[in-house]
Design a protein around this ligand. Structure first.
Ligand code: AGP
Length: 613
């Protein structure tokens, strides 16, 4: 989950790379570094801390050069410090490398290189890789491209790398396997990065490298690609759909707040062209060819991590309730290692905002190997998961920069709702009247989200009351249980308050022992089949002096009387409540984190895309 950026062309490389690193900081930010070739000198600077620390340091250095590489790190091997930061030099300091991924067999390679006289300064697998490339180049007397190719044939694991050499200041060599790498093609210049965000302001022409491909990027030449068996690959140039303004904060204090407020638009964009309530139409073009398979599936397995896993749980309720298809939801990290039973008739759906989460990718690869049909629901176009699946649907939520996922979650739930409705319609498991009312209600959700967002000030006031809590409980029942989990995850990952989500009825099986006057309990108590049961659970908490903050349906009277605080959301069909009930919990976690002085967009220890195990 690091960020890599590189440039070669007619401009000064440093400003471009520095800006690119800032755009990628959400991918990891415990150290950063840059290497530049100025005529024949290879200058390398790196510092623990955020990109701004590197920027301050480089002010006193030679930052000239029209070719360079940059890296912002989330540590996997070796603690975050100056020495372990990337780039890393080869032994003779003629080459430098940046790397996103993990070389699984680096220790055996390191031992071999040590026996051949190499010395290392860092604890990283990346430094081993550049020494291996250097060793091959010298011992086999081959060109750098060939040395890189041979080296990549002997490493196991994941990589997105860029290598530069002062012996050839007119060429970058890049390669990828399981970690993303995009090449932007400008006019007599090239931009490389982990994703398109550092590239989009310079060019819309991009090539997404595929696994085990090596890009040879030379000044004045067309992009050349070979695979690690030396086969020439024709670059597939695509037009970027990304727009620069989508990457800016647009006047909001944090990306997270911007993205929370974007949800009326992102939910609309998610169903635009896919939903027409007046015509009773739901259509997801990306899965048309697989609808019959889905309709006849014995089982749907959903795999994901984190917030996306919570979206899968909502999907389980939707598919089972509307389309009557058994659904199993799996943590991808568990699924990939427990030798799961996957049958031919199974459909495996992966949900991932980034489309690069290593565990989710690995779970999909396992399912594919076992013969399942694999589908994807991703937000990043061209991401690895979107490219290995048989089919899928993009969420079209726009770039999500804040590490805490918000608009991606509601977009994922929207796609899952559309999918469940489409398959239910095809299967005939849903009465026409209910089908049509759900379509109409779904079309009204963006306006209803706006009404929830209008309560921002009230939610801010409640946040002030509970910002110093040390623990918190989130309760929901039925389709709002996953919302309780999501609300708890939001609070803990950005405000560092320990929070747990629970099915409300589970309280009496243990967690109720935690209840006292210091425990805020956030309860989704919206109108629905289990409303009365939730009221009883609230009474159980109140009887033990617990503080109740309830999410209720507009017009509710009963829970409002019982709660210490309440937030009203517009009435909607029970199947669609997650799309509205999540919003107050996102805002609440945001305001608590800001009041606690936490780094909302880049919380400690986290990264936006977990591309390593
Ligand atoms: C959620 O706020 C976190 N950022 C994290 O749990 C995230 O949802 C998880 O890492 C999965 O990421 P993905 O959706 O990109 O696969």
């Amino acid at each position: 989950m690091c960020g890599i950026v590189a440039y070669i062309g007619g401009q000064e490389a440093y400003p471009i790379i520095l800006k690119g690193l800032k755009r990628l900081e959400y991918r990891g930010y415990d150290s950063a570094g840059i290497a530049l070739i100025d005529e024949t000198s290879l200058n390398l600077y790196k510092r623990a801390g955020k990109v701004s620390v590197l920027e301050d340091f480089v002010k006193t250095c030679n930052s000239r050069g029209s070719i360079g590489i940059g890296h912002t790190r989330w540590a996997t091997h070796g603690e975050p410090n100056d020495v372990n930061a990337h780039p890393h030099f080869s032994g003779d300091q003629k080459m430098a490398i940046i790397h996103n991924g993990i070389i699984e067999n680096y220790d055996t390679i390191k031992e071999e290189l040590l026996s051949r006289g190499h010395t290392f300064h860092s604890d990283t697998d990346t430094e081993v890789l550049i020494h291996l490339i250097e060793d091959i180049q010298k011992s086999e007397k081959v060109d750098l491209v060939e040395a890189v190719r041979i080296a990549l044939n002997s490493v196991h694991g994941a990589y997105a790398i860029v290598v530069i050499s002062k012996d050839n200041p007119n060429r970058l060599i890049a390669a990828r396997k399981s970690s993303p790498l995009v090449v932007g093609i400008g006019k007599d210049e090239f931009f490389l990065a982990s994703d398109a965000t550092p590239i989009v302001e310079y060019t819309k022409e991009v090539v997404y490298l595929d696994d085990e491909e090596i890009a040879i990027v030379e000044r004045g030449e067309d992009l050349k690609i070979i695979d690690i068996s030396k086969k020439e690959i024709t670059p597939y140039v695509q037009e970027l759909e990304l727009h620069l303004e989508a990457l800016e904060k647009g006047g909001y204090e944090h990306f997270m707040l911007k993205e929370i407020h974007e949800q009326p638009r992102s939910i609309y964009d998610c169903f635009r062209g896919r939903l027409n309530a007046s015509e009773g139409m739901v259509n997801l073009g990306g899965i048309t060819d697989y609808e019959t398979k889905m309709k006849n599936a014995n089982r749907i397995i959903m795999v994901a991590c984190g917030t996306s896993w919570h979206a899968c749980l909502v999907g389980e309720y939707l598919f089972e309730d509307l389309a009557r298809i058994p659904v199993e939801v799996e943590y991808a990290s568990e699924f990939r290692y427990r030798n799961p039973i996957i049958n031919e008739g199974d459909i495996v759906i992966a949900i991932s905002q980034s489309g690069e989460t290593a565990d989710t990718l690995a779970a999909l690869e396992l399912a594919k190997k076992k013969g399942a049909t694999i589908l994807g629901i991703c937000n990043v176009v061209g991401s690895s998961i979107s490219r290995i699946t048989d089919a899928g649907s993009y969420t079209h939520a726009g770039p999500e920069i804040g590490v805490a996922s918000t608009k991606a979650f509601t977009a994922q739930v929207t796609v899952l709702t559309l999918m469940a409705l489409r398959i239910a319609k095809r299967k005939g498991t849903l009465p026409e009247s209910k089908y049509r009312s759900l379509l109409n209600e779904l079309e009204s959700i963006p306006e209803k989200v706006k009404k929830v967002l209008d309560q921002n000030e009230k939610i801010q006031f409640i946040s002030e009351v509970y910002k110093d809590a040390e623990n918190a409980l989130y309760l929901g029942r039925g389709i709002t249980f996953p919302v309780a989990l999501e609300g708890a995850l939001k609070l803990k990952e950005i405000s560092y308050i320990h929070a747990e989500g629970y099915p409300a009825a589970e309280m009496k099986h243990g967690p109720i022992a935690l209840i006292d006057e210091n425990m805020p309990v956030f309860v989704i108590a919206t109108k629905g089949t289990s409303y009365e049961k939730v009221v009883s659970n609230i009474q159980e908490v109140k009887a033990r002096k617990g503080k109740i903050i309830a999410i209720v349906t507009e017009g509710d009277t009963q829970v409002k009387e019982m709660a210490d605080h309440f937030i009203e959301i517009p009435d909607t069909n029970e199947n669609l409540v997650p799309l509205l009930a999540t919003i107050p919990l996102q805002l609440l976690s945001y305001h608590v984190a800001v009041m606690r002085g936490c780094n909302v967009d880049q919380p400690r220890n986290l990264a936006k895309s977990v591309t390593v195990e």
